[in-house]
Ligand binder design. Structure first.
Ligand SMILES: Cc1cc2nc3c(=O)[nH]c(=O)nc-3n(C[C@H](O)[C@H](O)[C@H](O)COP(=O)(O)O)c2cc1C
Ligand code: SF4
Length: 421
């Protein structure tokens, strides 16, 4: 199976250090088209293609742009979320590395469409090697008048600044990310106020993932409807997936929605190592859900994955073969959340730790039936009462695994004593 190329159509086609080279392959044509359109028309184009945000929450992107346009403010901000902290997710890195000018162009278009004058890119600390590439792209775009004042003679001012995170997963969450940009500790805050009204430096802010933004210039120039011709009625177009774990060719692939999971894992990613059998696949990183081998023939669409109890989320797939037990996988996943919880609220801080301790007892064969009941209860309470998405989703993999692999959580009657943590 071949990698499809719509979002990735520029990969390898131009010198990523040169704006001239980018312009030779049609760079900034989308911006030139956009500034002759009304911002709402651009939002409607995105809505017609049913684009959902690619950062994990699957929020309707066209609606987000319309809402952002409607907010009044002398200054407004677009933030590009390049934190990419979700495990098994490394698609945004490829977009930045292979097509940096397209991202810059996308942000300028977003600024025009929403009436924003400031753009911030928040990139994870681990992508420091990509900083020079982006800084160079920003500088060259400025020199060519695509950033700055009166862009393309349309009385439109827009500038972009690059910020680096310091290596915390929680800083991918909108309010934590904003606090980090403001120079504060990167911890989430209560909402409302929602960031679309009061975001970074109290300005109306629209936060969008790298992949979500990167799609926009291509959609604007897609006169033939190549994007809309792919996928299904509800999952239109293509998606980047990053496949990690026990596969022969881990990597990032662009797939038309509707490609089966089997085609992704065994076709594009080369299948499992010789002689190994599939145990589970986790979809959407550590905060995603897991499925057993019966997921293989499921088409990769929002609706089909949901009917199998999993989600597209960030687009990551962790393929796990039978050399790793379900419990070991869950313990490692739980370690991640115990480590990454910012500790600000009790359900998440304590819940993640106690789930981890019970999983360790299960592995050691010392857990009681009451422990298992308690673990399930903690997971439910966390999802309902945590302050931010980290605590709300940290138990997704565990709860889905409890459904798919109930035998792993069975303990003998002998072990039904007290709750010992
Ligand atoms: C703990 C946590 C981490 C997140 N990390 C990221 C991230 O690294 N990149 C990202 O785009 N979105 C991340 N998100 C989702 C963002 O909060 C937000 O929904 C997204 O950036 C919006 O862009 P989109 O609509 O284009 O997906 C994270 C959310 C949570 C709760
Ligand atoms: S849910 Fe977890 S990460 Fe989010 S604010 Fe509470 S403690 Fe911090």
């Amino acid at each position: 199976m071949e990698n499809f190329a719509f979002l990735t159509q520029n990969f390898g086609r131009y010198d990523t250090a040169s704006i001239g080279s980018y312009m030779n392959v049609g760079g900034f044509q989308a911006l030139k088209k956009a500034v002759n359109m009304d911002g709402e028309e651009i939002a409607q184009l995105i809505a017609r293609n049913k684009v959902k945000g690619r950062g994990g929450a699957e929020y309707d992107m066209g609606r987000k742009w319309s809402q952002a346009r409607a907010v009044q403010g002398e200054h407004k901000v677009i933030i590009c979320n390049a934190d990419e902290g979700e495990t098994t997710t490394f698609k945004d890195r490829e977009l930045i590395k292979n097509d940096p000018f397209n991202l810059i162009e996308a942000m300028i278009i977003a600024g025009w469409a929403m009436g924003a004058d400031k753009g911030f890119i928040y990139m994870r600390a681990e992508y420091a090697c990509l900083r020079p590439l982006l800084l160079n792209a920003i500088r060259q775009a400025k020199n060519y008048g695509f950033l700055g004042t009166n862009i393309l003679g349309r009385g439109f001012d827009f500038d972009i600044k690059l910020y680096s995170g310091a290596g915390a997963y929680v800083c991918g969450e909108g309010t934590a990310l904003i606090r980090s940009i403001e120079g504060k500790a990167g911890r989430p805050r209560m909402k409302p106020p929602f960031i679309k009204v009061s975001g970074v430096f109290a300005l109306p802010t629209c936060l969008q993932n790298v992949e979500s933004l990167s799609l926009v210039p291509h959609l604007l120039l897609d006169e033939e409807g190549r994007y809309a011709a792919q996928g299904t009625e509800d999952s239109v177009g293509t998606k980047l997936v990053s496949v990690a774990g026990n596969v022969q060719k881990p990597g990032v692939f662009e797939i038309p929605f509707g490609t089966t999971v089997r085609e992704i894992v065994y076709g594009l990613a080369g299948g499992l190592p010789e002689g190994q059998e599939l145990q589970l696949i986790q979809f959407g990183g550590a905060s995603g859900k897991a499925a057993g081998p019966d997921i293989l023939d499921c088409p990769y669409t929002y609706e089909d994955l949901r009917s199998h109890g999993v989600m597209v989320g960030s687009g990551g797939l962790a393929v796990v073969d039978k050399r790793t037990s379900v419990l070991d996988f869950l313990r490692i996943n739980q370690d991640f959340f115990s480590e990454e919880s910012c500790g600000q609220c009790t359900p998440c801080r304590e819940g993640n730790l106690h789930i981890k301790l019970i999983l360790e007892k299960l592995s050691a064969g010392t857990a009681t039936a009451e422990d298992v009941r308690l673990m399930k209860k903690i997971a439910r309470v966390m999802s309902m009462s945590s302050l931010c998405g980290l605590g709300e989703t940290a138990q997704n993999t565990l709860l889905s695994a409890m459904q798919v692999f109930p035998e792993v959580f069975e303990v003998t009657e002998r072990q039904t004593g007290g709750v010992a943590l």
